[in-house]
Design a protein around this ligand. Structure first.
Ligand code: ADP
Length: 490
């Protein structure tokens, strides 16, 4: 309708400035002529037009001041005043017209100009504000479009209101998202090997919970079959009252990083496999050499060989850990469950470790006979990791306490040391792969940050939990829980 009016309007194509002069001028002038024709030809009473003229022209002035700004209001006022002057001079003979003198016209003129000025100024201020907002919106849109990451913005129902071209590019959608504005977000992706429907999408999660979702990784397949890894973060946007009004999501293509990581993992896997066989043979040769040298009672040679043996054992542990990490990454670490007495396994582990350390005494302070259903060797591995850490990170002459008890249908093992402790902000991170706490970027303790990661994964796969409570300089309590066996002893 607006468009039709625009095409039919013969002066619509004039420049904005000319239009804002011509339009009010023509309209008010034509109105004056029509009023006069009506007054003389139809009503046959020119005075009847007085009231109508005042009301109509007030309307015009308000309308044009608002539509065309101060200029429009002033032009409408000028035509109105001229018409009033005309009325005074043509109706002088009668005495009952409303506009009787030039003074009245002057007062009205002043009032009209004031009205036109105020309304015009208001209109100009509103226009400027709208323009500023539109400019800012445009600038923001331009920034979003040019960001090197994909950005999707939805309303509070998950309907896309904005998306940049990077999103189409990264997700390679059949219907480009840029054109899917107004559609609900639907992207088929895979997370942790499972197809990922809308409820798991970070945008939907953040809209449901109101909390930000950070760095979730997904695998998607492009139309040409290419596997692409993406990292998605999303955050709900709240208004002042705290209600969710929108959500924004950032999508980055991390395929090259992931491929690099995969290559590194492949290399580690291959290298540790290749290293495992010669180290195992070395250990066997060292063992038989120890027996042989023992016969000659050569103390120096025995001491050297013992050192070689210790270093080879460390190397063997490192290679085994590397292999375990790589198997965990690829889901190839196998478990064979059996029912066994956890208290007995703890005693055996203490015996082995106490044999190789004289610095600390490991005490089994709370012993509860408990049977668990788990992989015995892997649980032994977890115990060894936690106990060696407790020894490694505490000073000479201190104690390491172990407690075993039942709690809410699980067996809980607690390993307490009185060592260097772990700062609060590090306590979650130490269970991550290859994470090590370093003081002032200086590496103070030997290690690779694999032990706790392997332990966490082993316990997770037994449907148990592993956690730490610690205070810097005071010591740590490491805990892990395992489901009880069917015939646990109480
Ligand atoms: P690492 O081979 O470095 O010991 P872990 O995965 O076993 O690797 O441990 C990760 C990090 O956690 C260590 O670098 C250490 O800083 C910290 N940590 C582990 N156990 C303890 C402990 N009992 N006391 C203090 N810090 C510990």
């Amino acid at each position: 309708m607006r468009r039709l009016f625009h095409y039919l309007n013969p002066i619509a194509h004039l420049g904005e400035r000319t239009y804002s002069v011509i339009f009010p001028l023509l309209t008010t002038t034509i109105s004056c002529i029509l009023l006069e024709l009506y007054a003389y030809k139809i009503a046959q009473n020119p005075d009847a037009i007085n009231m109508l003229a005042i009301v109509l022209f007030i309307g015009y002035i308000i309308y044009f001041a608002f539509r065309e700004g101060i200029r429009g209001g002033f032009i409408a006022t000028t035509v109105t005043v001229l018409y009033y002057v005309y009325i005074i001079y043509t109706r002088r003979h009668t005495g009952d017209q409303l506009i009787t003198s030039i003074e009245t016209v002057l007062v009205l003129t002043f009032l009209y100009l004031f009205m036109a000025g105020i309304i015009g100024w208001l209109k100009q201020t509103i226009d400027e504000l709208i323009e500023k907002e539109a400019d800012e919106k445009k600038r923001l849109q331009a920034i979003i479009q040019q960001l090197p990451v994909g950005v999707i913005i939805t309303d509070n129902k998950g309907t896309i209101v904005q998306a940049n071209k990077q999103v189409d590019y990264i997700l390679d959608m059949k219907v480009p998202l840029g054109f899917a504005i107004g559609k609900e977000i639907l992207v088929q992706s895979v997370q942790d090997g499972k197809p990922n429907g809308p409820p798991q999408l970070p945008l939907i999660q953040t809209l449901a919970s109101g909390k930000p979702v950070v760095g979730q990784e997904f695998t998607i397949h492009h139309r040409n079959g290419k596997k692409v890894y993406v990292q998605v973060s999303a955050s709900a946007i709240h208004n002042r009252e705290g209600n969710i009004i929108a959500a924004a999501s950032i999508i980055s293509d991390i395929t090259s990083q992931k491929e690099m990581e995969e290559r590194k993992d492949d290399f580690l896997n291959m290298a540790s496999h290749e290293l495992k066989t010669p180290i195992t043979s070395m250990k066997l040769y060292i063992d038989s050499l120890m027996v042989k040298i023992g016969k000659y009672k050569d103390n120096r040679a025995t001491a050297i060989l013992r050192n070689i043996n210790t270093q080879t054992s460390r190397l063997q542990k490192l290679v085994n850990d590397l292999l375990d990490v790589s198997r965990l990454q690829t889901g190839k670490l196998s478990f064979s469950k059996e029912e066994f007495r956890l208290d007995e396994l703890i005693e055996e582990t203490i015996e082995i470790l106490q044999g190789s350390t004289k610095k600390q005494s490991i005490l089994f302070v709370k012993k509860t006979p408990i049977t668990v259903s788990a992989d015995r060797f892997r649980v032994y591995q977890v115990l060894t990791n936690l106990l060696t850490n407790a020894i490694k990170y505490s000073g000479e002459g201190t104690k390491v306490n172990i407690r075993l008890y039942k709690q809410e249908g699980s067996a809980v093992v607690e390993i307490q040391d009185f060592g260097i402790g772990i700062a609060k902000d590090q306590q979650k991170k130490i269970f991550e792969r290859l994470y090590q706490v370093t003081d002032d970027k200086e590496k103070t303790f030997p290690g690779f940050g694999m032990g706790l990661y392997i332990s966490k994964e082993i316990i997770k796969r037994h449907k148990g939990a592993i956690w730490v409570e610690s205070e810097k300089e005071k010591g740590s309590h490491f805990y892990f829980s395992l489901p009880l066996g069917k015939k646990y002893v109480s």
